[in-house]
Design a protein around this ligand. Structure first.
Ligand SMILES: [Fe+2]
Length: 366
């Protein structure tokens, strides 16, 4: 495999491998490194298509190189088993948090993928201003060889988010993310990106429910959507390392599933093939988290079937991200959203293989 820095320059064969499943070598066209024109961006957004903005953040990455190094260091230390609390009470993190955020003791959410969840109070003029803001560090999978982790910043009850509409604490959780990872501002204060999003959305965006991802070789994310109340989409920024994506509107994904199954005669997908003849049932199944044979077969098809991955890439649904790239993922509604799946492209032999990326939900400014 070529060195990562050469990947952005040409169409190359990429080896896709995630959670023990090899998806083979695929050719993803990386020759087009130009952002679409503003009208095309709007058209793509409204059609629930991904919008790739190559190299938009390169100046910010240079400016925040020291903070990105700090973040890579946190990620490395967490991976070796250090407690994030112990890291955050050290400099430079203690000074970044004080005097506005008080770090409390860790809590356990009962989530099996959780590594550590730390709760904070927000303090103003020495008085308690808001409570139950949190940072949660999690593994991305249970697969032993996948060292991918994420740091999620939010507030209140995780499982009942829809019942807690609190713009103040939402904004404070976003601020907390920027204190621990100041490189968040590369995205959230990018004037050109904000102007572009304001034009596309018709309102000024706020960047909430911030997640910092560190994808590691052999890791990534399985196919999913990120539709949530009041969020219109996701903005993803690659700051370090390289990723490959499959991203397409839900309607296109459902069509590809049907077409693939119609041409397949394997026993693995026989029950799913019958079900997929009914478009409504297939649409229900893709949103369902029920445990059933067809659901398991659908997960296998989406995430562990190299021929299906190849089909999507040949249909133009694959793209690669290099440091400085932005990816917009529209998430208007369950029916009209961009489904996506991520593969880490980094070589485990590199000095600092795990990546660093930002993923923020886009909502209306309060
Ligand atoms: Fe996502």
């Amino acid at each position: 495999m070529k060195r990562p820095d050469s990947k952005a320059a040409s169409a190359t064969l990429q080896t896709l491998h995630r959670r023990g499943v090899g998806h083979g070598q695929v050719s993803i066209d990386t020759t087009n490194r130009k952002a679409p024109l503003p009208n095309a961006i709007k058209t793509r957004w409204n059609a629930a298509q991904p919008v790739h903005l190559p190299g938009l953040l390169l100046p910010g990455i240079e400016k925040h190189a020291g903070e990105i190094r700090d973040a890579l260091n946190i990620m490395r230390r967490v991976r070796t088993g250090e407690s994030c609390i112990d890291i955050l009470i050290e400099e430079p993190f203690a000074s970044r948090l004080e005097p506005d955020f008080d770090l409390l003791s860790p809590v356990h959410s009962g989530d099996a993928q959780e590594i550590e969840k730390i709760v904070f109070d927000a303090v103003k003029s020495g008085e308690l201003f808001a409570e139950d803001l949190w940072m949660k560090v999690s593994c991305l999978s249970f697969f032993d060889d996948d060292a991918s982790i994420r740091f999620r910043f939010s507030y209140g009850m995780e499982m009942f988010k829809n019942q807690e509409d609190d713009p103040l604490r939402e904004a404070l959780a976003a601020e907390l993310a920027a204190r621990v990872f100041p490189e968040c501002s590369i995205l959230s204060e990018h004037a050109q990106l904000i102007e572009l999003l304001t034009d596309v959305l018709g309102f000024a965006p706020a960047f909430v429910e911030r997640i910092i991802y560190s994808n590691a070789p052999g890791g990534g994310a399985q196919f999913h959507q990120d539709v949530e109340n009041d969020h219109v989409g996701i903005v993803y920024a690659q700051l370090y390392g390289h990723t490959a994506w499959l991203a397409l509107p839900r309607a296109d994904l459902l069509r590809h599933i049907c077409d693939f199954l119609a041409a397949d005669d394997s026993e693995t997908f026989s029950e799913l093939r019958d079900m997929a003849k009914n478009a409504t049932r297939l649409a229900q199944l893709i949103e369902s988290d029920e445990e059933s044979n067809p659901q398991e077969a659908l997960e296998t098809l989406l995430n562990a079937t190299p021929a299906f991955t190849t089909r999507l890439i040949e249909a133009g649904c694959g793209l690669t991200l290099a440091p400085g790239d932005v990816l917009l993922l529209p998430q208007a509604s369950t029916e009209h959203c961009c489904w996506h799946s991520v593969f880490c492209l980094d070589d485990a032999a590199l000095e600092h293989p795990p990546g660093h990326s930002l993923s923020f939900a886009i909502t209306r400014t309060a």
